[in-house]
Design a protein around this ligand. Structure first.
Ligand code: GLY
Ligand code: MN
Ligand code: MN
Length: 436
């Protein structure tokens, strides 16, 4: 759990970054319609959550920075017995006052009225400038009204992207955040180990997906962090395969990319395992190349290193392996230069991970230079080889094999820590977990 005072200090850090005579406005995530009048399960906006710890929809955070004073204002839903009967309890203004260490709490129906006053004489407004959300567009309308108001001494000359303020902070995880990721991983581990141990031949991919979702919930994780991929055989060559509808066949591999979200923090783990418990020779050969590559890449992670360097290590290592398997021919550096590996390894080596599975944190600094790793960053490392069944350039025995191995890595002072080190990934470990 993250202490309430942490959210306060995050807001203060945002206020420090804000320019003078400015206002920042961030909304809770809107409800998303699934069909007609039914909604998807609600999930709070990641930046809003990072700055408030508040999970209710229909809320807004407004931060004000003047030369000599700052102000934090939270807008929450009004308590309403009738609505609460249908959709559940709301915190309400009074309890919100107790819980949140902000300067003012108003109910959300007062937002327009308050904004008209709060935005008056502001030179800059931080908004989600990429958003099509009607509430964001409405703020722009309000600003037009203010512009027409002769009483305004200053008019907003600049719109700035509000998310940049929090997303640069989200790059470095605190010990409490790392604990939540570890907790998510411990739940995810149970599910992957169960998948390794259980009989799978003859069941449908979505049955395995259901097992993951059940294990996540049973162990206290309300949701998956992204839609689970369960891809038997050649389906693993479709990178975002989420149909999960085929029968699992003995003799094939299954690529399972599944991770739960625990208290708003993600885990993101891929394991590739044999349906029948044992890898055959060709599958093992491909698997060992991906595993060796993953270990080499993880070994290279330390402060100062950049993700692009890891990409090169991965590409060269995979090329080296593919030459051994006679999938590629020639010199490693030349093959990489000519992008010959891209058809078999078309994606990035990893991404930031945190409140979002693909954590929305910058990869470049303000000058556009790639950010080097620093202590406290968390990223995934997920090399893969994708050998399509219809690729005639690939020796027959390897066609239809897809392998990805993904772990979650914390950059430490001296190097890194594999936060998912205890989720089985060596061939012998995986095979020995199978309960035949
Ligand atoms: N599970 C999504 C990814 O690996 O990026
Ligand atoms: Mn990933
Ligand atoms: Mn993944």
């Amino acid at each position: 759990m993250i202490d309430e005072t942490v959210y306060k200090s995050r807001r203060e850090a945002v206020l420090k970054q804000m320019k003078n005579k400015s206002a920042a406005i961030l909304f809770a995530a809107p409800q998303k319609i699934r069909s007609n009048d039914t909604e998807y399960p609600y999930r709070q906006d990641s930046d809003f959550y990072y700055l408030t710890g508040f999970k209710e929809d229909n809320s807004a955070l407004v931060l004000i920075k003047e030369e000599k004073a700052v102000k934090e204002i939270l807008f929450v839903q009004k308590k309403d017995k009738t609505i609460e009967l249908w959709t559940g309890k709301r915190l309400g203004k009074d309890d919100a006052k107790e819980r949140f260490h902000v300067d003012k709490i108003h109910t959300i129906d007062k937002l327009d009225e308050k904004l008209k006053r709060l935005l008056l004489n502001k030179k800059r407004v931080y908004l989600d400038i990429l958003s099509e959300d009607k509430r964001v567009l409405h703020v722009k309308e309000l600003l037009k009204e203010i512009l027409k108001n002769k009483a305004a001494k200053h008019t907003p000359q600049e719109f700035l992207h509000v998310r940049e303020l929090s997303q640069s902070m989200r790059l470095l995880k605190s010990p409490a955040e790392i604990e939540l990721i570890k907790k998510a991983l411990s739940i995810t581990k149970e599910a992957h180990h169960k998948a390794m141990s259980m009989k799978k031949a003859g069941i449908r991919e979505y049955e395995l997906q259901a097992m993951f979702e059940y294990e996540f919930k049973k162990n206290g994780a309300y949701s998956d962090a992204y839609t689970t991929i369960v891809a038997g055989g050649n389906s693993g060559n479709t990178l975002h395969y989420i149909e999960n509808s085929e029968l699992l066949k003995r003799g094939e591999l299954i690529l399972i990319d599944a991770g739960c979200e625990y208290e708003m923090y993600a885990s993101d783990i891929t394991r590739t395992i044999p349906v029948g418990g044992k890898f055959n020779k060709a599958q093992k050969e491909v698997y060992e190349i991906v595993l060796e590559t993953q270990l080499r890449v993880i070994d290279a992670i330390r402060p100062g290193v950049k993700k692009s360097e890891l990409q090169t290590i991965a590409r060269e290592s995979l090329c080296e392996g593919m030459i051994k398997l006679k999938i590629l021919h020639g010199d490693v550096k030349e093959l990489v230069k000519e992008n010959k590996d891209k058809v078999y390894f078309p994606h990035g080596i990893g991404h930031w991970m945190g409140i979002d599975v693909h954590d929305q944190c910058p990869y470049k600094d303000k000058k556009g230079e790639e950010l080097p790793f620093a202590e406290g960053m968390v990223l995934t490392i997920e090399p893969g080889l994708y050998l399509r069944e219809d690729d005639e350039n690939v020796p027959k025995k390897y066609r239809g094999i897809a392998v990805r191995i993904e772990d979650n890595i914390l950059v430490t002072k001296e190097g890194c820590e594999n936060l998912s080190f205890d989720i089985a990934k060596r061939v012998e470990e995986i095979e020995s977990l199978y309960d035949s």
